[in-house]
Design a protein around this ligand. Structure first.
Ligand code: GRF
Length: 198
């Protein structure tokens, strides 16, 4: 099955960019059919538009009162022909309709070595601060499937990075993010080639 992806992102979208670039230069055999953001100001929307990918700001603020946001997202994905959802810094929990329809085909990337440093409230700088506070010698990135809980779905791949003396949350985040870009593309490639089965 050809990977027909929707990428969901709330902020900078550097993982989105890595996936766009990999599709463009032929490293990854997949199509990005939609980019969805709950944040109108997300740079991810600009990256999508610059690459000619249909992009939507979908949030409670962008849809009429009374309309269900998850139903709207679901309709958008189905109309676009999406078969796989890639979460890349998406800061909103998915609704049950979306989770049910795409069960087993929703991926996320987390900036730590799950199951450590995951769960509700563990995102962004908080993750890296906790890693440093515990004196860990390594951290890393994890690509996993999304289930009904936070960060508990099947782990598909992980890659570690060293924690260096003098690291700050920012310097560690930067080191992890570089790995994320490579790891996400690699995992999507393994899925596209049937080596990882969803
Ligand atoms: C990444 O660190 C990812 O692990 C986390 O959110 C961040 C997104 O970064 N879930 P970007 O928007 O892809 O640059």
């Amino acid at each position: 099955m050809k990977l027909k992806i929707a990428v969901f992102a709330s902020h900078g979208g550097s993982n989105l960019q890595a996936i766009i670039d990999a599709c463009r230069n032929g490293v990854l055999d997949a199509q990005i059919l939609a980019v969805i953001s709950n944040n109108a100001d997300s740079f991810a929307l600009e990256r999508a538009r610059a690459a000619g990918i249909p992009a939507w700001h979908l949030s409670a603020a962008s849809i009429p009162d009374g309309e269900n946001l998850d139903e709207r997202i679901l309709k958008t994905l189905e109309a676009a022909g999406v078969n796989t959802i890639v979460l890349a810094g998406y800061m909103r929990r998915l609704g049950s309709a979306l989770l049910a329809r795409y069960r087993g085909r929703i991926l996320n990337i987390h900036p730590a070595l799950l199951p450590k440093y995951g769960g509700k409230g563990m995102y962004g700088e908080r993750v890296h601060k906790a890693v440093l506070a515990n004196g860990e010698e390594e951290s890393g990135a994890t690509v996993h499937l999304v289930d009904d809980e936070y960060d508990t779905g099947r782990i598909l791949r992980q890659e570690s990075v060293p924690v260096m003396p003098g690291d700050t949350a920012q310097s560690l985040a930067k080191r992890v993010l570089e790995v994320e870009h490579r790891l996400y593309v690699e995992v999507l490639g393994l899925i596209a080639r049937g080596i990882i089965q969803l």
